[in-house]
Design a protein around this ligand. Structure first.
Ligand SMILES: O=C1O[C@H](COP(=O)(O)O)[C@@H](O)[C@H](O)[C@H]1O
Length: 239
């Protein structure tokens, strides 16, 4: 596991974008995106500073999780990515594999799992992304696996239907097996509201196993945490 701590969100976004460029320019590349506040800034940086330095035609975009809403809804992770990245770069439409949030969640989870099985290499039957980008919610959730549904982590199906604990909104999410099969997993976590869970998860404190983010541990891939100083405040110099 690698831990990278930067001054603020903007620096996290810039450093992550450099890392992304190096990974993505290595050939055909399948990446699972996340929603959330930090990816939004990352997409802005990629579009503004790296659009000519990345061969977008080789990158296939998927989502680790999506809210079950139409693609025009402000809650849609896809919509956010269009606004902050796809509308500003040259990426073939055929390379964008969105979760159809407007469809019936169970049917869509099955369709998306099937799509991943067809498009990606598989390791022991589990689809393998080149990179999975994750955020972590204030409650320790990652992708859309929430603490109250932690059993979904090891679900048989590669994509599951999750329910947001407060709003009841349905989500389609990849499960933990798909996350941990990736060649590379990168967490983007910023802001002081994340500090407590960052400390618990990275410090492996007693009880932290109830947070889905604590279960991210790629079997043979690399795990990199990109934090800003606010999110890292609770960490000792060598967590
Ligand atoms: O609901 C979600 O939240 C997490 C974390 O987002 P953040 O804004 O707190 O960084 C995100 O990773 C996930 O994709 C999204 O659907």
């Amino acid at each position: 596991m690698e831990l990278k701590v930067y001054k603020d969100k903007q620096e996290v976004a810039e450093q992550f974008s450099t890392y992304f460029k190096e990974k993505a320019n290595s050939g055909e590349f399948h990446v699972a995106l996340s929603g959330g506040s930090t990816p939004k800034i990352v997409f802005d940086v990629l579009a503004e500073k790296f659009s000519d330095e990345i061969d977008w035609s080789k990158i296939h975009f998927y989502w680790g999780d999506e809210r079950c809403v139409p693609p025009t809804d402000d809650d849609s992770n896809y919509k956010m990515t269009v606004e902050h990245l796809f509308s500003k770069i040259e990426v073939p439409e055929a390379n964008i594999h969105r979760v159809l949030g407007e469809n019936d969640p169970s049917g869509e989870a099955m369709r998306y799992a099937n799509l991943l099985e067809i498009n990606l290499d598989r390791i022991e039957g589990i689809p393998q992304f080149d990179l999975v980008i994750l955020g972590m919610g204030d409650d320790g959730h990652t992708a859309s696996i929430f603490p109250h549904e932690i059993g979904l982590w090891n679900a048989e199906d590669h994509c599951v239907v999750a329910t947001h604990p407060d709003s009841g909104q349905k989500r389609v999410s990849i499960n933990g097996k798909v996350i941990n099969t990736a060649k590379e997993v990168a967490f983007l976590v910023t802001g002081d509201s994340k500090a407590e869970k960052v400390k618990a998860v990275l410090g492996k404190t007693a009880g932290s196993e109830v947070y889905p983010a604590s279960l991210v541990n790629p079997t043979s891939g690399n795990l990199v945490w990109f934090l800003d100083e606010d999110a890292a405040t609770g960490l000792s110099p060598n967590p």
